[in-house]
Design a protein around this ligand. Structure first.
Ligand code: ATP
Length: 544
């Protein structure tokens, strides 16, 4: 895709540009480049200190990643946005930080010991292990891709007069694909609902699904695999007990329900929010930080009166989508995916999906969990877990709406949608991360044009003024053009250049990352200009 944008020249740095890498996900040609661009994003993340493979000098550890100097800042900013949107904007939501280790009976009560399983299958030739449900879902996605391609071709042929709904209803090839897809989906759903492992295997056989590595169909039977990591607690052999690394943070909230409600004098409806690590022994870990074995969740459990849960479910659905969209990554990149198959304890559930380079994928789940968890903990602990409602003058077990978002998936969606390659006038190029300014790891770079004539001193003075409010970086190495490129690559919204004129009249040039436009402003104006775009307050105000 070609798009001419802006123009500005300063300090001999010519910055007219053409966008060369931007994706129209409906265009098959662009789709063919999706994998390539994803690889580029992964290597960019490493090269610029966002995400490193864990234990890299020992050849890494599967599906475990470390966040580098820029990654941790971006991640903290995402967490702060979520935390403040929950706890500052809602008087009736408070936070906690519960331990990773919990009493093992908690996981019996929650159902994780017996049912937190994935169906796994091995290929005897490649010795690789797969999730049987994912193999089948991929097969369904392939049919969806075929339908999308037919539609994209027709759209190109018919131009503005193209009627997609009509085409879907009448085109014989689309109808044929759709019928196959529906039949496969119905069979798959039935097998999953019935926990029928033999049928899942049979679907894989009937669809002639081959191992992507060996290319063979030499599959084992499908078996269940529990995703929880287990370890021992205690030092002597008779006092040790098996404990689990928590696979979700939510249970830490449920078992503290009474503590928080009583000590915080909370009245229903109210919520408890938590950010913390979770661990799952995922069978197939792929797509970078999308599916990890150690990851971080931001979860909020909202406790309501029985019978009012579906109204609150709708409230949180709408509210959470607004939180995502306020970041400005593109409204069209989000969609809801309502669950057809509900967990036995849920009476409504939806995912917020984001358009990653590898398709629409779940970033957040919103679930109406009834009173299942609190009732289970009441049963297993033998302690009464009820709320006395003074307005109704009665006690009950509250119902719960849960919002659960993965920090790492959120990070990935921000990173993927921000990455862009541009060719500049004169053949130079740049990679720029158009991160939402408020999330950027560094808000402004302070650059003395040269290392003399009082410019470094002046730059340090500006740094001293700004650093209490904004993450700033002082950078005097290399030409100013190279410094711009370095900061474009990590998504720094503003570069402040100190030159000869600054020393005379206390003005600087302020360069915008996205437009590359430079304006001359007084040093005194900097806090207000940067604050307008980069402060979390501005973003939070959009939500309330
Ligand atoms: P999936 O179907 O993709 O395995 P899930 O439905 O099991 O996800 P939940 O149990 O609802 O996920 O967890 C809530 C959120 O936690 C997810 O929306 C996702 O953002 C995040 N999450 C879950 N598993 C992982 C993982 N292995 N790696 C990174 N994030 C994860």
């Amino acid at each position: 895709m070609l798009r001419f944008v802006n123009y500005s020249t300063h300090f001999g740095v010519s910055e007219q540009f053409v966008v060369i890498l931007q994706f129209d996900y409906k265009n098959p040609k662009d789709m063919a480049q999706k994998e390539d661009v994803f690889k580029k994003i992964v290597s960019h993340a490493k090269e610029y200190g966002f995400v490193f493979p864990s234990s890299e000098i020992y050849d890494g550890l599967g599906a475990v990643y470390d966040y580098g100097q820029n990654g941790v800042e971006l991640k903290n900013n995402i967490k702060r946005y979520w935390w403040e949107a929950m706890t500052l904007l809602h008087e009736n939501i408070v936070g906690i930080d519960s331990a990773v280790f919990m009493h093992p009976t908690i996981w019996k009560a929650s159902g994780h010991v017996d049912a937190f399983n994935d169906p796994l299958i091995d290929n005897r030739d490649s010795k690789k292990r797969y999730r049987a449900d994912v193999l089948i879902e991929d097969e369904i996605a392939k049919i969806d891709d075929k339908i999308d391609k037919e539609i994209a071709k027709a759209r190109k042929r018919f131009g503005d007069s193209f009627d997609e709904a009509m085409f879907r209803q009448t085109n014989p090839r689309v109808l044929e694909h759709q019928a196959k897809r529906d039949a496969l989906h119905a069979r798959f759903e039935k097998a999953m609902n019935a926990n029928d492992l033999a049928e899942l295997k049979q679907i894989i056989v009937d669809q002639e699904i081959a191992d992507p590595i060996s290319g063979t169909r030499n599959w084992t039977d499908v078996r269940q695999f529990n995703l929880m990591f287990k370890t021992q607690m205690g030092s002597s052999s008779d006092s040790t007990m098996d404990v689990y690394l928590r696979p979700e943070t939510a249970q830490g909230i449920f078992v503290n329900f009474l503590n928080v409600q009583k000590t915080g004098r909370m009245r229903i409806p109210f919520g408890i929010a938590q950010i913390g690590k979770a661990f799952r022994n995922e069978i197939v870990a792929r797509q970078f930080i999308f599916r990890m074995r150690e990851f971080e969740q931001m979860e909020m459990q909202f406790f309501v009166r029985p019978g009012e849960e579906l109204r609150w479910f709708e409230y949180w659905k709408e509210h959470r989508l607004r939180w995502h969209k306020a970041l400005g990554l593109g409204d069209e990149k989000y969609r809801f995916h309502d669950h057809e198959k509900l967990a036995h304890y849920a009476n409504a559930a939806t995912d917020i999906e984001f358009q990653m380079p590898f398709g629409f994928k779940e970033v957040e789940g919103i679930h109406s969990r009834t009173n299942f968890d609190l009732s289970q903990h009441e049963k297993f602990s033998g302690k009464k877990i009820q709320y006395f409602d003074p307005e109704l003058n009665q006690s009950y077990t509250p119902f719960v709406i849960e919002t659960s978002i993965g920090v790492d998936r959120m990070f990935l969606s921000v990173l993927c949608s921000s990455y862009e390659e541009q060719v500049l006038e004169g053949g130079d190029s740049r990679v720029v991360l158009h991160l939402p300014k408020v999330l950027a790891p560094v808000k402004c770079a302070i650059l003395p044009l040269v290392r003399k004539d009082g410019m470094p001193e002046k730059a340090h003075e500006i740094m001293q003024m700004l650093k209490f409010d904004f993450a700033c970086q002082y950078d005097e190495k290399d030409s100013v053009g190279k410094r711009y490129r370095r900061h474009d690559a990590i998504g720094t919204p503003y570069c402040i250049t100190v030159d000869g004129q600054t020393v005379e009249d206390n003005t600087v040039t302020l360069r915008d990352r996205d437009t590359m436009q430079q304006v001359r402003v007084a040093i005194d104006e900097l806090p207000a200009i940067i604050g307008r775009e980069c402060s979390l307050n501005t973003l939070l105000r959009k939500l309330s």
